[in-house]
Design a protein. Structure first.
Length: 129
């Protein structure tokens, strides 16, 4: 089973892909709680130069609240990470965690149904990026 939902954007800049991703997340009720610039972090911490790579910690508060009501410790698995990464000349890949895959270890049928709804929402986000 794959653990991400993916979309490759061609002939676009990294910055444009980030902008489009944030916009699509917002349209679907997701806020960005955290941003981790992996490229800058790797350079600063270990002196390695990498391609542009940004991790967005995305959260839909309504869905997160419902999940926490069903399974109080689920917060350890939140937020839904979305990555934007440069792969080659003009190609940027946007990937979102697949909530169905990430919730598999939790034996809670209602949570699995909710994860399916969030998966569908994230798939819609990627289709709009």
């Amino acid at each position: 089973m794959t653990y991400t939902l993916d979309r490759t954007l061609s002939a676009t800049s990294f910055e444009d892909a980030v902008r489009r991703t944030k916009s699509a997340l917002s349209k679907h009720g997701f806020g960005v709680l955290t941003e981790i610039d992996v490229k800058a972090t790797m350079q600063k911490k270990i002196g390695v130069d990498t391609n542009d790579y940004l991790i967005l910690g995305a959260c839909n508060p309504h869905m997160a609240f419902e999940a926490m009501k069903l399974e109080p410790k689920v917060g350890a698995m939140l937020p839904c990470n979305v990555i934007v990464r440069y792969v080659s000349a003009g190609d940027v890949v946007v990937s979102a965690i697949d909530p169905v895959a990430s919730m598999q270890p939790i034996d809670n049928e209602m949570l699995n149904l909710l994860a399916g709804k969030v998966r569908s929402m994230l798939a819609d986000v990627l289709s709009e990026v």
